[in-house]
Design a binder for this molecule. Structure first.
Ligand SMILES: Nc1ncnc2c1ncn2[C@@H]1O[C@H](COP(=O)(O)OP(=O)(O)OP(=O)(O)O)[C@@H](O)[C@H]1O
Length: 315
């Protein structure tokens, strides 16, 4: 578990992290989200003991990072995939890391196998593609078989296959009971990867909840209804307390779920061509909830509306 309590970091006049408290639990992937400059990197650096809090604390498995005797055995991190000497082979890079943390050398081949780099283990890391470098970085994070793993923007620049591999890998690590804490700007990817979210803005906590709760809190649930008899169905829906938006042919109904709408249609002998619950996206929810905490919003910042838009259904 990662636990922050009243975590604060000031750089001169700038408060990068402001009285931040959250917990990332074992057994799930926790996404760490926030607009640019929100304080994510500063928080991650404090978790890893690379930066000292001005006040408050953050612990990994109940201890501050500098109190850990063998840090890599408690927390493994991928912060910068290119942080490897280019002339070193993948294997010698990992051997060096293992040695400096009292980790048995046999772990090197185990983690190379885990991330699928065995066949290129003796090749110079400088010639690796970004995807291979990410795998090597993950292998380094796994060396000490830690219960906590942190990844900063792990899928940046990866192709779809690489992204899928990382997503599955994170789920596997969480299924093994580890704490997986991951920051990313790719919200659609985070929606698929993270079960829980910690969302910050201007250094402060905005939300800590499940991804599903975050999305449903910020976006309206609606049901798309297509029917050739909408003109007569509209007043029926309105009488039942629903609000109906959109043109004839297809409308968005909110205030009733799809079961209730289907029952009403059957009772009034209305033919339905479509009855589909619409879900808001993490992107919409993020824009809605973090709207006021963007540090460098531009005049052209066209924030997405929080409601589910009816796409491509104009009649
Ligand atoms: N070493 C530093 N000295 C002064 N200010 C800093 C320093 N590091 C970060 N900051 C400031 O602290 C704030 C938070 O920065 P941080 O890099 O943690 O945000 P972030 O959420 O990681 O942003 P991004 O998503 O753009 O990487 C910003 O205003 C930044 O300018």
């Amino acid at each position: 578990m990662i636990e922050a309590r009243g975590l604060t970091k000031r750089y001169g006049e700038t408060t990068a992290v402001d009285d931040l408290s959250f917990a990332a639990e074992p057994g799930v992937v926790t996404g760490f989200l926030g607009p640019n400059g929100a304080g994510k990197s500063t928080t991650m650096r404090m978790i890893l003991g690379l930066d000292r809090p001005t006040s408050g604390s953050v612990t990994v498995s109940g201890k501050r990072y500098h109190e850990l005797r063998h840090p890599l055995r408690t927390v493994g991190a991928l912060i910068d995939a290119r942080w490897v000497h280019p002339n070193r082979s993948a294997r010698s890079h990992l051997r060096w890391m293992a040695k400096s943390n009292d980790i048995p050398q046999r772990r090197v081949d185990e983690v190379l196998e885990t991330v699928g780099l065995t066949s290129v283990a003796n090749k110079k890391a400088g010639g690796f593609s970004l995807g291979m470098s990410q795998r090597l970085g993950i292998a380094g994070a796994l060396l000490g078989d830690p219960e906590i793993l942190m990844f900063d923007e792990p899928v940046n620049g990866l192709d779809p296959e690489g992204i899928l591999w990382i997503r599955r890998f994170m789920h596997r690590l969480a299924d093994e009971g580890r704490t997986v804490f991951v920051s990313s700007h790719l919200l659609s990817e985070m929606a698929l990867t993270a079960q829980d979210l910690v969302v910050i803005g201007k250094g402060e906590l905005i939300a800590q909840c499940s991804t599903a709760d975050f999305v449903s809190r910020a976006t309206e649930d609606a049901v798309k209804v297509r029917s050739p008899q909408l003109a007569e169905f509209r007043p029926v829906l309105a009488d039942a307390g629903a609000s109906v938006r959109g043109e004839d042919g297809a409308v968005l109904v909110s205030g009733l779920d799809s079961d209730a709408i289907g029952d009403l249609a059957a009772r009034h002998q209305v033919v339905l061509h479509e009855l589909s619950p619409q879900q808001g996206s993490l992107e919409q929810a993020f824009m809605q909830i973090t709207g006021d905490s963007v540090e460098y919003a531009s005049d052209f910042d066209d924030r997405a509306p929080a409601t589910t838009e009816l796409a491509g259904t104009a009649s």
